[in-house]
Design a protein around this ligand. Structure first.
Ligand code: GLV
Ligand code: MN
Ligand code: MN
Length: 410
């Protein structure tokens, strides 16, 4: 049974972090390059330090807390997640894994003695998609996947990702040093909220993740012609908004294909975005996800055809630029076994599930074997203010993580 005192500790940390949010924004918004995100990480730093971790910030802006093991020859065991949120997001997606990892270190220290293997707790910078069009900035850098081209991406104000990174304590000129050389890490474990309803429906407290869906994300630009909304006859328009509507419906159709994936247009910008002007330009971001690499590759080709043909029927020119193409990630068999055994050790019979959400674990899979644990999300809600996991459920996840770390590092 959960000890309410220790269970309350992780939960209390989550609630403290949730106090540092962007004013005037819905839900618990703390986007990656906001002042509040920067401020919130002072709290994360403080929590890491008071748990007994030696804390540093790497050139990619990741916060890394080290608990030195007794055998310096052994590669470190990595625990982590992220503390940024989507706009209008919740309090658990990301922070749950960071706070539970800090608690694991507290409990190891309370037991007394040092672990055999060094443990790093990482709060990865900016896991959620940002205004520069990429996600997982910090873990991407650790994996050596943050390129000079990425650093030159600009947001709407013209600021580069390099400048934004420097403003949150990173050092873009030394970004290569954030990449971990081979042999740094033995394994990566991430505790996360499920963000779906399968655990709740099965009345289970834990899931061991089998694989993480690949995500392909593209920016689609639609160039029409601005015209007077009253004087331009209906058959003489090149309406970028209507082309965007057609493309969005096609994207939905692609996502419904064969029941093997999902697809979303979650962002749309219009110019001039005026009630009495036919839209001249629309820029949307389409993403689709699947655990099946072949389905993803076929969908790439189909989307390309959609962008060439659907807007043209309305006299609008379409073009597509890929923002990211992450392939599905398989969680390591041996770590999954450790997580299953750890869950059973604390009296839980976990589900085994694929993740339809993306995670820092995807980038970390290029560095070392990875595995993930899920705890339930009430009503399956996530990326919204209603996101919720009970304190007792957080505690079950934390205890399973402690058990796994004990097997792998102590
Ligand atoms: C991350 O939260 C994602 O799955 O988009
Ligand atoms: Mn998220
Ligand atoms: Mn997350």
């Amino acid at each position: 049974m959960a000890s309410s005192e220790t269970g309350g500790r992780v939960f209390a940390d989550l609630m403290r972090l949730a106090e540092v949010v962007e004013p005037g924004q819905p839900g618990w918004t703390r986007r990656v390059f906001s002042a509040e995100y920067l401020r919130s990480r002072e709290l994360v730093w403080e929590l890491m330090e008071s748990a007994g971790l030696e804390v540093r910030r790497d050139p990619a802006g990741n916060l890394i807390g080290t608990l030195e093991g007794t055998d310096a020859q052994l590669p470190a065991l990595i625990l982590g997640s992220h503390t940024d949120t989507v706009a209008g997001g919740g309090r658990f997606d990301g922070p749950c894994g960071v706070m539970a990892a800090i608690e694991v270190v507290r409990r190891i220290n309370e037991r007394g003695g040092r672990p055999r293997r060094t443990i790093w707790v990482v709060d990865f910078l900016g896991e959620e998609p940002n205004d520069f069009g990429i996600s997982c900035v910090g873990s991407r850098a650790v994996a050596g996947h943050l390129s000079p081209e990425h650093l030159q991406l600009t947001d709407r104000s013209g600021r580069t990702l390099a400048e934004a990174l420097a403003a949150v304590g990173g050092d873009p000129d030394r970004i290569g040093e954030a990449c971990w050389p081979e042999g740094t890490a033995s394994a990566y474990l991430e505790l996360h909220v499920e963000q779906g309803s399968r655990l709740e429906e099965a009345a289970r407290g834990l899931a061991v993740v089998t694989a993480i869906a690949g995500i392909h994300r593209a920016e689609i630009r639609l160039e029409g012609r601005a015209d007077h909304a009253g004087t331009t006859p209906m058959d003489r328009r090149s309406d970028a908004l209507l082309a965007a509507a057609e493309v969005s419906l096609e994207v939905e159709r692609l996502g419904r294909r064969e029941g093997r994936g999902v697809a979303t247009v979650g962002r749309l910008e219009l110019e001039p975005n005026s009630p009495n002007v036919v839209a001249e330009r629309a820029v949307l971001i389409a993403e689709y996800r699947s655990g099946d690499a072949v389905w993803l590759a076929t969908t790439d080709d189909l989307l390309q055809e959609v962008v060439e043909n659907a807007p043209a029927r309305r006299g609008v020119r379409g073009s597509l630029a890929w923002l990211s193409r992450e392939e599905p990630t398989i969680c390591a068999e041996e770590l999954r076994s450790v997580l299953l055994e750890s869950a059973r050790e604390i009296g839980e019979e976990p589900l085994e599930l694929p993740s339809w959400a993306g995670h820092d674990a995807v980038q970390m899979a290029a560095v070392c074997p990875v595995a993930m644990l899920f705890v339930p999300s009430r009503g399956g809600r996530s990326h919204c203010p209603e996101e919720w996991t009970d304190p007792e459920q957080v505690e079950v996840g934390t205890r399973a993580l402690v058990a796994a770390v004990t097997r792998l590092a102590v």
